[in-house]
Design a binder for this molecule. Structure first.
Ligand code: HEC
Length: 116
């Protein structure tokens, strides 16, 4: 009995997680993403450990990072310069697009789609 209820709760959780995971509608590749490719790879999968992989990271994390670079709250000379001229809208689009690319990172959809 205990096992059954655990199984059904697990199944319900899995179904809920799955339905949340499919909510994110794919977005178009933003024009500015081509400038990121030199370091982060065509689809955000970095070829070297020098540059973080962006593909599959949470959109709100990417957005937050870019805004912090732009504001100087997160200090990195390279990314500070990259983010300096990005608008809020461009950051949002870049964050969403990179978050939707397939990569080697494991980022479970525990909170469903995190609206950037
Ligand atoms: C010249 C190389 C270079 C280019 C071009 C570049 N980046 Fe980066 N990026 C880096 C480096 C190096 C870091 C790591 C910086 C640090 O330690 O904070 C980084 C970090 C980041 C991070 C933080 C990732 C994390 O896991 O915390 C984001 C988000 C990001 N870049 C987005 C972009 C976007 C979007 C573009 C294009 C508009 C871009 N980058 C262009 C080199 C680059």
């Amino acid at each position: 009995m205990k096992t059954m209820s655990l199984i059904s709760r697990t199944a319900a959780f899995a179904a809920a997680a799955l339905s949340m995971a499919v909510q994110a509608a794919p977005v178009e590749k933003p024009e500015k993403a081509t400038t990121c490719a030199a370091c982060h790879g065509e689809t955000g999968v970095s070829a070297t450990g020098m540059y973080p992989t962006l593909a599959g990271q949470y959109a709100n994390y990417l957005e937050h990072s870019l805004k912090d670079y732009r504001a100087g709250a997160r200090k990195n000379a390279i990314m500070g310069a990259q983010a300096a001229n990005l608008s809020d809208d461009e950051i949002k689009q870049l964050a969403r697009w990179f978050s939707q690319q397939q990569g080697p990172l494991h980022t479970p959809s525990v909170h469903g789609e995190l609206q950037p």
